[in-house]
Design a protein around this ligand. Sequence first.
Ligand SMILES: Nc1ncnc2c1ncn2[C@@H]1O[C@H](COP(=O)(O)OP(=O)(O)OP(=O)(O)O)[C@@H](O)[C@H]1O
Ligand SMILES: Cc1ncc(COP(=O)(O)O)c(N)n1
Length: 264
Amino acid sequence: MKQALTIAGSDSGGGAGIQADLKTMTAFGVYGASVITAITAQNTLGVQSFEAVSIDLVSKQLDSVLSDLDFAALKTGMLANSKIIKIVAEKVKEYKVNNLVVDPVMVATSGDILLAKEAITIIKDKLIPLAKIITPNLNEAKVLSGRRIDEKLSLEVLASELHKLGCEYVLVKGGHQKGDIAKDLLFDGVDFVEYTAKRVDTKDIHGTGCTLSAAIASNLALGYDIKEAIERSKRYITEAIKAGCKVGKGNNPVNHFTRVYSLE
Ligand SMILES: Nc1ncnc2c1ncn2[C@@H]1O[C@H](COP(=O)(O)OP(=O)(O)OP(=O)(O)O)[C@@H](O)[C@H]1O
Ligand SMILES: Cc1ncc(COP(=O)(O)O)c(N)n1
């Protein structure tokens, strides 16, 4: 069985973070393991509190799984602070992990901050250069390229600027743009490729970014090339958004299992 690792925060509400990642990997038939960087007290209404896991325990989790399992892909989500980013980067190099997908999680859909401000330069300097692909949303792309959030910038400009940070591919997600089409843009330093889907009219998009990046890691682990992996992941996230899980009182999560096997 192909194996993938998520290094991310726990969402007690079950819709984003580690929980979304493991559900996504399972949906693709990939064995998912997890290194937990932070524990959030969270539900569909927002993030009520969180604490980062100690560096020592993050480091030990990384050694435990990286020395034993055989990961064909790895994704990072919420990394919480600079020290965690540094240890993750060190271990990725030490264990020579391929197919690193970096989802530079900074702020939850609810607006709650998930990454310390001073950690932004560390993620740019230490982690992004090791990545096969980074998957920022529009605001994360602006922050990483040193732009103001209120600046009007095209996906093309942002993707080109971020590619200079040293990753192989940049996928800027346009989920938060207006319009009928949800467009994401891939850049490899030379060519742009668009991934589009009809925008689903819903506010239930909790966990979309985590799910998309975990789907890309899963499909890379399955052996698809980057373009196929994104294409399959885009189809998956669109179906998962359409199917939504009406479980809480706020912004509900996507439905990771629109297709499940039945014992009947
Ligand atoms: N309403 C929607 N309909 C269809 N696709 C959407 C919709 N909203 C987001 N997407 C898609 O979901 C994926 C995740 O994009 P998004 O911009 O929401 O990421 P994100 O902000 O990192 O997610 P999150 O809010 O979970 O952090 C992208 O492929 C995006 O185009
Ligand atoms: C632990 C964790 N990781 C990531 C997100 C971002 O997801 P979203 O923007 O959909 O809230 C989150 N809310 N919680």
